[in-house]
Design a protein around this ligand. Structure first.
Ligand code: HOZ
Length: 431
């Protein structure tokens, strides 16, 4: 595969941008080599600066659930953008998207728009702290809730990929209020809650983790969190930046039938433009300024171009629930195909999947938390990753990231992916 233009762009970028990228995971540090520089994308495909085409399983880390450059979204953006790119003043569209989100997502009555998943999660924690009058919160090892100081403790995603144990610049006094427990370990949560009685404002969790690879909640885990929170005046926050509108129209709350007190969203609610949001019951949300004193603000929050993109995408999902059936069929087909293809090369693997999120771990053991995810064979993953890239399959460049399946994938794309996986597994084994 010719990557000569990407190589020279990457060299140029490294002189000007830290690590040559504007977000760490995409630099390929874990897998090595040159990240293809992307020129355009359409449907299930990415096209790089050297003219290579890839089947995309990153999908901008989630939001491209219907594929890239989905025409109704592009058209809506084009029509909106001619009326200015930002007002910093309220618009009717913000009401419409709030109404739509509240209709789709169970158990929420108010939404506040922000500009990223990081902002959504840090604001949700501030709200939980302000509302309960307590400072500490529990997060899970290997979960990632954005890059705010308090979340960079035992974090997944790029922090795990780069193997950073302690992030310089995060003050100890901030990190000490972040309590951590292994994912799926209810006993540890109960211990923390009893040890820090009346000190814990919130438990924040990815209801299906996507930042230590895809890791599913075990039977009873989310229900158990709900119960502990109810019994101890703790708010349960579902970080649905990845799962929201993807696992079901109402996200993980709908899929697992569990009520969260606050929910956070990202990416997908902007149709891939920079948007995030946090939402919950009126009783809690009204504590946010200006109706309450818990301050949170942003000039670009509710930006009209981002809102129309998000509204158009969410409305499509809302009006066409069969999309979720198609995604499930495609994902099941891929899961089975990959298991067989890789297994037939004698490589032990675990495919973790929930709806259209999935990951392959090269290990014989079930992957249920960060320790088991970290225990998978990363050397094999690197070779597999490059074998796939070479064959035109674009996977997340880290085993600590989930794959995202989009509805634009055809059976031919899935078959091509499965065939490529067989070849990549064979080569990885030989290395
Ligand atoms: N934090 C994102 C994955 N969990 C990666 C974002 C990016 O590199 O664009």
């Amino acid at each position: 595969m010719n990557l000569s233009r990407s190589k020279s762009l990457f060299q140029r970028a490294q002189q000007l941008i830290p690590g040559g990228v504007n977000s760490p995971v995409r630099a390929f540090k874990n897998v090595g080599g040159t990240p293809p520089f992307i020129q355009s994308a359409k449907g299930a495909y990415l096209f790089d600066e050297d003219g290579n085409q890839y089947i995309d399983y990153v999908n901008s880390w989630g939001p491209m659930i219907l594929g890239h450059a989905y025409e109704p979204v592009i058209k809506a953006i084009q029509e909106k953008v001619i009326h200015s790119t930002s007002f910093g003043a309220p618009t009717e569209l913000e009401i419409q998207i709030a109404e739509l989100i509240i209709e789709m997502v169970p158990n929420i009555e108010m939404v506040r728009m922000v500009n990223s998943g990081t902002e959504a999660c840090m604001s949700a924690i501030r709200l939980a702290r302000g509302y309960t009058g307590k400072n500490k919160f529990i997060k899970f090892e290997g979960c990632y809730h954005g890059h705010a100081d308090m979340f960079l403790v035992s974090a997944g995603s790029g922090v795990a990929t780069l193997g950073i144990q302690q992030v310089p610049g995060v003050p100890e006094f901030v990190a000490q209020d972040t309590l951590t427990a292994p994912y799926n370990n209810l006993t540890k949560v109960e211990e923390l809650v009893s040890k820090h009685k009346d000190e814990i404002a919130a438990v924040i969790v990815e209801p299906v983790a996507g930042n230590m690879g895809c890791v599913l909640p075990q039977e009873g885990f989310l229900q158990g969190l709900r119960k502990v929170c109810d019994e101890n005046n703790i708010l349960l926050i579902f970080d649905e930046v990845m799962t929201g509108f993807r696992l079901a129209p109402g996200g993980a709350q709908e899929l697992f039938n569990i009520k969260a007190d606050l929910v956070t969203f990202g990416k997908i609610i902007g149709g891939g433009l920079p948007v995030g949001a946090f939402a919950g019951k009126k009783e809690v949300m009204e504590h946010i300024a200006p109706s309450g004193k818990i301050y949170q603000a942003g000039t670009l929050s509710g930006n009209p171009v981002a809102m129309i993109a998000g509204y158009t995408l969410l409305k499509t999902l809302h009006d066409n629930p069969d999309i979720y059936t198609h995604l499930e069929e495609k994902a099941t087909y891929l899961e089975k195909g990959l298991q067989e293809a890789i297994g037939s090369e004698g490589i032990l693997n675990q495919v973790n999947r929930c709806g259209s999120m999935m990951s392959i771990f090269f290990t014989e053991y079930p992957v249920t938390d960060f320790v088991s995810s970290s225990g998978a064979n990363n050397g094999l993953f690197k070779h597999f990753f490059h074998g796939m890239l070479e064959a035109g399959i674009y996977l997340p460049p880290s085993s600590f990231e989930s794959w995202f399946i989009c509805n634009a994938l055809t059976k031919e794309d899935l078959d091509k992916t499965i065939q490529a996986a067989k070849e990549a597994a064979k080569k990885a084994k030989a290395n």
